[in-house]
Design a protein around this ligand. Structure first.
Ligand code: SF4
Ligand code: SF4
Length: 417
């Protein structure tokens, strides 16, 4: 038998690959298949490539790498698959094999920048401080007026994503439980969330406290490693997972996230890092934590639609909790979004690495949002918040894009929160 192109550690599981029966049910759910129309850019095609490589019929060529790298990692194929193929872990393992040879040459510099800055909260904070200066000094207007960014599509994608960059103050380390105490939870503040959406972290902590949880916000907590896991940088991911486990006190009942990508990676820690499996089973999204909470919700006359972040709907299978919470707000009208779980093109750093495909998906998402007539879009992931807000700005669509916790806090009036 020919030698596999994959080698341990982190080789894709051939048994898992062989679970695919080539039925094609996942194809219409796959955003890259939809945009590119190529079998090799569909889940079935990618699994075919993985199998051929695992059985030694194919080497890890540039073409192979390209089809694997064009995948968004959205995992829509996973929730569609009747055979239960765990595509997400196959993709991560395949990328781990590819990354042994480093990133593709054409994006070596960008990769180095992304992974040196994005998962390092202090460096990310410093970079965003410079961006704040870039915007407020008028330099951004000047650069845009020259049109020079069109020659650098990836830089343009990164630059266009950012709205206002707020000043992020650290949260208090402890939020005492209010009312009947239910237990103690740790809050993951994330990297992008901490710097660009600090109010979402604050709102999450206040709501959890109001629901009876004592909230611990460990200082110095690092990145969960989600970006690195999805890119196949498994050694860096494992190191971050171990550090994060050591950050949270042992006595917390749950570790709560409000960023779909982080929650999805943390819930899968056990697959990659045995000693992190305890934290994995104690990880929950904030909407899961609040689903049965008694909250003094007041009236909010708004028409809202909800976009399912991929790593919440497909990665964590959390779809109903955010919707049920929003429906509980008196006066709030929730209108369903067509294809609400189709990726918006954000997908971690995908919108920077593959701006063309990301833009097509974003265009479709904005069209669907416009069809709802909603004035507010709620979604549970910082990448989606930025991506959809940018798409709405570009289209001139008058919608506000928020995390569901922001609406809950707005509906709770005055002193209660
Ligand atoms: S993860 Fe998403 S983009 Fe990748 S193959 Fe599956 S459905 Fe397609
Ligand atoms: S739905 Fe599942 S079994 Fe069918 S082609 Fe897709 S991955 Fe394979």
């Amino acid at each position: 038998m020919a030698l596999s192109a994959f080698a341990p550690p982190d080789a894709p599981d051939l048994e898992e690959i062989r679970k695919c029966v080539h039925c094609g049910i996942c194809l219409p759910q796959c955003p890259t298949y939809r945009v590119l129309g190529e079998e090799m850019d569909s889940p079935r095609g990618r699994i075919y490539l993985m199998r051929a490589a695992a059985e030694g019929r194919l080497t890890l060529t540039e073409t192979f790498t390209r089809h694997i790298d064009l995948c968004l990692g959205c995992r829509a194929c996973e929730t569609a698959c009747p055979s239960g193929v765990r595509f997400g872990s196959l993709l991560e393992a395949t990328r781990a094999q590819l990354r042994r040879h480093g990133p593709p040459p054409r994006r070596r510099f960008l990769d180095r920048f992304i992974y040196a800055v994005f998962p390092e909260p202090d460096r990310l904070g410093a970079a965003l401080g410079l961006l704040r200066l870039y915007r407020r000094s008028g330099l951004q207007r000047l650069v845009r007026s020259t049109g020079a960014l069109r020659f650098f599509p990836r830089l343009a994608a990164m630059e266009g994503l950012l709205g206002d960059v707020p000043r992020a103050e650290p949260l208090p380390e402890l939020y005492p439980a209010r009312g009947r105490r239910r237990g103690r939870v740790g809050l993951l503040t994330g990297c992008v969330q901490r710097h660009l959406f600090p109010h979402v972290n604050r709102d999450t902590a206040r709501l959890l406290a109001l629901a009876g949880w004592e909230v611990v916000v460990p200082r110095g907590q690092g990145c969960c490693g989600a970006l690195e896991l999805h890119a196949g940088r498994t050694d860096d991911f494992r190191a971050r997972a171990r550090r994060l486990v050591a950050t949270f006190p042992d006595d917390v009942d749950w570790v709560v996230t409000n960023a779909a990508g982080c929650g999805s990676a943390m819930k899968e820690y056990g697959h990659w890092v045995r000693e992190a499996s305890g934290l994995a089973v104690r990880t929950r999204d904030v909407t899961e934590m609040l689903a049965d909470a008694e909250l003094p919700l007041g009236r909010l006359e708004l028409t809202v639609t909800y976009h399912d972040a991929c790593h919440l709907a497909h990665g964590q299978r959390v779809r109903q909790e955010p919707r049920q919470l929003l429906r509980r707000i008196p006066g709030l009208r929730l209108v369903e979004l067509a294809e609400s779980d189709l990726c918006c093109g954000s997908a971690g750093v995908y919108s920077i690495l593959e701006p063309g495909i990301a833009r097509e998906l974003l265009e479709l998402k904005i069209t669907r949002i416009a069809e709802t007539g909603a004035t507010v879009v709620a979604t549970g992931n910082p990448g989606c918040l930025m991506q959809i807000a940018q798409g709405a700005r570009a289209r001139g669509l008058d919608v506000t894009v928020v995390h569901p916790v922001e609406l809950l806090v707005r509906s709770i009036e005055g002193e209660a929160i």
